[in-house]
Write a protein that binds this ligand. Structure first.
Ligand SMILES: [Zn+2]
Length: 131
């Protein structure tokens, strides 16, 4: 290899090394940007989950009860929008809120201690002494 050839190889090596350093810096920047974007995304998802839970709680608190073990918007536009945001049908079934009296499908709106343990029933099945 001539002296010129050696110099050319040396220049190419230096150029390649410089380019590798630039690419490494770009990669580091990109990784930093992605990590920050992931954190932002996670924060947005947390916030969306909180908002969804709040809307759901508001619906459970303010939607009309019935028919049966379901809640309905009753045609109230703000509830219709909330149900739509949650992807709920109107009426929306709420089996988890059913009166625990066998055969009753009304929504339980009271809880009381009984000899058989704590019960959640509709007003009709609540003992007189608790009314
Ligand atoms: Zn009942």
């Amino acid at each position: 290899m001539t002296e010129m050839d050696t110099r050319i190889v040396q220049l190419v090596d230096e150029g390649a090394a410089q380019r590798i350093r630039e690419l490494e810096a770009e990669l580091t920047d990109t990784k930093t940007m992605l990590a920050s974007s992931d954190m932002e995304r996670e924060s947005h998802m947390d916030r969306l989950e909180i908002l969804e839970n709040v809307i759901e709680s508001l619906c459970h608190q303010f939607a009309y009860e019935g028919p049966g073990t379901s809640i309905t918007t009753g045609g109230l536009s703000v509830l219709e929008e909330a149900f739509q945001a949650l992807g709920w049908e109107d009426p929306h079934p709420v089996p988890e809120r059913c009166c625990d009296e066998p055969g009753c499908s009304a929504i339980a709106d009271c809880g009381w201690p009984s000899d058989a343990g704590y019960r959640r029933t509709c007003g009709h099945h609540m003992p007189k002494e608790w009314k």
